[in-house]
Structure formats: C-alpha cells, structure tokens
Design a protein around this ligand. Sequence first.
Ligand SMILES: [Fe+2]
Length: 433
Amino acid sequence: MNHTTNRRKFIVEATLVAALALASWFSSAAADKPPVPGRTPARIILTWTGDPTRSQAVTWRTDTSASSPQAQIAPLTPKPKFQDSTLTVKGTATPVALPEGKSAAQYAVEFQDLKPATKYAYRVGDGSTWSEWNVFQTASTRPDPFRFIYLGDAQNDIHSLWSRAIRAAYAAAPDARFMIYAGDLVADGFDDHLWGEWCEALGFISAMVPSLPVPGNHDLHRAPDSTETSDPLLTPPSWRQHFALPMNGPESLRGQSYYLDYQGTRFIALDVNAFGGTIQPNSAKERVAQQEVAWLEKLLRDNPNRWTVVFSHYPVYPIAKQRTRFVEMESRLVPLYDKYHVDLVLQGHDHSYGRTHKLRGGKVVSDSEAGTVYTVSVSGPKMYEVAPLNPELFAKTLAGSQLFQIISVSQERLLFQAYTIDGSLIDSFDLRK
Ligand SMILES: [Fe+2]
C-alpha cells in the first residue's frame, strides 16, 4: 500500500472508532434521562432501621406520587458501567397532604443482606426518573476506629444560617460515619416547610452520611393555633417519614428513643421529653418515663460494647442563663449513667457550648476514675447567654458561636473535638480505656 491508501485507511478507522464512542456515549446518556420536575427525588436521607454492618435505610420525597418507588444498589466501583451489577429494591410510599391543597409523597427503602465494611452506590426513583448515584459505607463487624459528627440544635434560620454549619462539619470530617442531631432540628416539627429547609441546607450530605436524630421539644412543637390532637409526646408524621429509625425503643416511643451498636460503641438516642420541659406532667407522661427508664437500664446492663454514648435533648446540667434544673433527669437518669459507666452524654437545648469534667453522682471525679462527661452544643444561629447552675462541674463553656463536634473512637481512646464553624478548635478532651 502506498502512503495515500494508508492515510485513507487511518481516517476510516478513526472515524469508525469516534462513531462507536459517540454511539456508546449516547446510549449511556439515554439510560440516564434528565430529571423530571416534580418527579425528581429530593430530601434523600440515609438512616438505619437495622444492623449497620448489613443494612442501610433511605427515605426520599417527590412532589408527585410515584406509582413504582424503588431504589437500586451496587458495590461501589470506579468504573462508570456498573448498571449490570445493580439490585433493585421496591420502596413503600406515604402520601403527604400539604397546605393550600398541595400534596407530595415520601418513600422508604431498606437495603438488606449487604457486606460489612463495604462501599455501595445507590440511587432512588421511580424506574425512569432517578436521583444521582450516592455512596455509603456499611459498618465493620470489628471494633475498627471511626469518627462521627455531633450537632446541637439547628432550629432557626436553617436555610440561611444553619447550612454553613452543617457544610463546615462535613468539610472537616467527610469520612464521618454518621451525624448525631441532639434534638430541635427544626423550630416546629409539624411544619413541612421547615423540614424542606433542613434538607435543602444538607443537600447531598444527608444522602451520603446517615443521620441519627433524637427529638427535642421543638420537634414535637404544636403551633399555638394548631388543631393537632395527637399524643403530645409523639413526633409528627414528618419525623417518621423523613427518618426510618430503629424500632427497638420503649413501646410508647418507637422511632424516637432507640439504640444502635456501631463498631464497639453503643449509641442510645434517649428522647427526654417525658422528663421535664414544656409538656405538662400527667400520668401518661409518667408512664412513658417509667417505660423509658426500664428500657434504658436493660440496654446499659446488657451491653457488650466497650464505649457507651447517650444522646438526648435537654441537658442534665443546664448552662443557659435563667434555666432551672431538670430534676427528673438528675434523679432518674444520672444514677443509671453512673451505675453502668456511660462515657458520654451529648445534649442540646441551651443554645451555647458546655462540657463538664468527668462526673459521678453530680460531682467531679478524677480522670482515672469511672465517670461521665456531659456536653451541650448548638449548630444553629439562636444563641443564649451562658450561666451554668453548677459552674464547678464545667471544664469549658462558650456562648455566641455556631459549632460542630467531631468524635473519633478507637478501642483505647475516645477523642472529642469541638470547633466553631470557621474551623477553630475551641475544646478538646479524650477518654481512655
Ligand atoms: Fe430545645
């Protein structure tokens, strides 16, 4: 062949390769159509209802009801052509009635039979309109080191001002295995618009990092003109629709108080709305409190984990100015924390930061003794002045700043670091075993 023939052959081959590449690109692009307004999955939130080593739950929302809600999952691979290895899981749908005659739908799926310590890609949708492929990681069956994020109340100006706190937290610890929310996620749990703000502030973060929330007083809050007649200790439907949580709590508070064992640590979400606060005492409230104490004691007594972390909303030792004591928590919860050596109690409600020394029986003990550290924090913009009722118990307090906390856990050491949202480390301590 002469030079001209060779050149023609090269051009034909190059054109063929380009055409095939283009055809392949078009076919893969066609498989992933652009989102359809109203049908596009939004408010995607990862949680757990079961074992974090083998399962993962996810909820999402669309503005129009999908007839066939579903999710797809595949082991994470860097190769973009993995659709052949996906598994499809059918979802459940709950219609949501909104003000002004509008409606939406919430969906839930639980991925089961997963491999421990494995990254997965997943998407949610209706079979034709899908979310992007998000990623999560299952827990290890061994007590391997991990970190998590803890946040105090978001509550106000969630879209405009809480967003920067949650994004700073994620940027500081993108490998955090989950985020603990110590109550008052929104100012009025019955207001769907506020849940929309909360999800908007998180963006893709809630689709990548599981949420572990516990209800605060505002999450149960009824507006003064509310005609809501449900049990005042029960979270609104929005709570249950957005968070698919373990139903292993006391009978009256399933999905509000719950526990989860994660790589050698027992995490207990304790809804303390029955132990004081804004809901008036009555026999129903006392019955719930009794159930909860019995449940908590059993969890603490039969606990094979090395570390124990409780998270709840009201602080056992208040720090905001003009607060009164939560006598019920001091008399009924602290003895259990002491008896069973709870390591850490993460709390909110006081719109400021506080961290106690190691305490036992309401008194400071030395670092080498068994005891519990209690913390209060805030991530949203509402701020209270600090004036602890028991200032001698506190190693550190701070008023007036939005914060996030990163907690790193290994078998030997639990490291707690508190940051203001500009990234300044304002407090740090560790516990050792
Ligand atoms: Fe609160």
